[in-house]
Design a protein around this ligand. Structure first.
Ligand code: SER
Length: 340
């Protein structure tokens, strides 16, 4: 008998950590992680096993397929938006070919066990692309179908993978006699920028917000690479995990779409800085604009409309900007840096 497990790719990344923390706390002890690098102790202690390797390595995926029965896949491995602009072809391979391989693994597993495999995919506000700041201001909060004209490789990858997930869920090999509809139960969230108290992002364009607060907490200088008026939506990591768990727990019949926007708050970089200053009066932050990274932020929406998520699966963020600081970031960051 193959052991029944939950697979998390990119387990050593930011959302991977958050997921492991939360699923383990909920008593889930059959997590198998995959990552390019050896995950840290926190992750190792809370998973059944961690496989070190590349999701593009067919042998690795075949080993997983042979050894385990997979109940659900959380496919978090990806190159983020800034890094992807430096290596667009590698980004495409990891973000698109990697996702295709994982979707195919999910289909094979579902066919062999005759039961659906749930598949969680983290999409992003990077799928949107607004032509200029005027259009961004006029458009306000975007709904799922608005302005899907990504300007980054990462955004293109995420948008296409949303469609791939839909294809595997609803239309896979529709010309064959075998009916595969619903075998891959694909569910995706378009995340805003995420701020974790425990980890720092690597290679994203929304990194200025988490970098600002972690630098202030460490007493380090920080050069924020976007203008003070730069505005996109953000949320805490704990709300991001709450959303993943909420969407994955929702009954399939309640879901009217496979991809959902979610939101919590959308401060400008300057407003976030003011908030950081409330807690760290000595925060030493300059605004030193990187025009290229700024132009990516300018193409992302200033807010998103998450009515569908609220209606279909009861989504609601716990943390607004004030609570994000008072109830999550400050207490957790303080204890993190005091312990280190
Ligand atoms: N936060 C990500 C990035 O900046 C977008 O999903 O790349």
């Amino acid at each position: 008998m193959r052991k029944s497990i939950i697979l998390i790719t990119g387990v050593n990344g930011e959302i991977g950590h958050g997921l492991v923390r939360s699923l383990y706390k909920a008593g889930i002890t059959n997590l198998i992680g995959v990552d390019l690098n050896l995950p840290d102790e926190f992750v190792q202690e809370r998973t059944l096993d961690c496989l070190i390797g590349n999701i593009l390595d067919q042998n690795l995926l075949e080993r997983i397929n042979a050894q385990y029965e997979i109940e659900a896949i959380y496919h978090m491995a990806a190159l983020l938006s800034t890094r992807a602009e430096f290596s667009p072809v590698i980004a495409h391979e990891v973000n698109v070919d990697g996702t295709l391989k994982l979707l195919d693994l999910a289909m094979e597993q579902a066919q062999s066990r005759g039961k659906p495999v749930k598949f969680f995919f983290p999409s992003s506000i990077a799928v949107y692309g607004l032509p200029d700041l005027k259009a961004k201001t006029l458009a306000g909060a975007l709904s799922e179908d608005d302005y899907r004209y990504p300007q980054t490789m990462y955004g293109c990858n995420k948008l296409y993978c949303e469609s791939l997930g839909d294809y595997y869920s609803h239309y896979f090999k529709r010309l064959s006699a075998r009916d595969s509809r619903g075998l891959v139960d694909f569910r995706a969230i378009r995340f805003p920028g995420i701020i974790s108290a425990h980890t720092l992002p690597a290679g994203g364009t929304s990194d200025y917000v988490p970098e600002m607060i972690h630098a202030a907490a460490r007493g380090e200088h920080y050069d924020c690479f976007v203008r003070e008026d730069a505005t996109i939506p953000f949320m805490t990591m704990s709300d991001a995990i709450l959303a993943i768990e909420g969407l994955m727990a929702a009954p399939q019949e309640a879901l009217t779409q496979t991809v959902y926007n979610i939101r919590a708050f959308n401060p400008s970089a300057g407003e976030f800085f003011v908030k950081v200053k409330e807690y760290y009066q000595k925060a030493d932050i300059n605004f030193v604009i990187n025009d290229n990274r700024q132009s990516i932020i300018d193409s992302w929406p200033e807010d998103v409309n998450d009515d569908r998520a609220r209606e279909d699966w009861g989504w609601e963020a716990i943390h607004d900007l004030d609570k994000a600081f008072s109830e999550y970031l400050i207490p957790e960051i303080r204890s993190r840096y005091e312990h280190n």
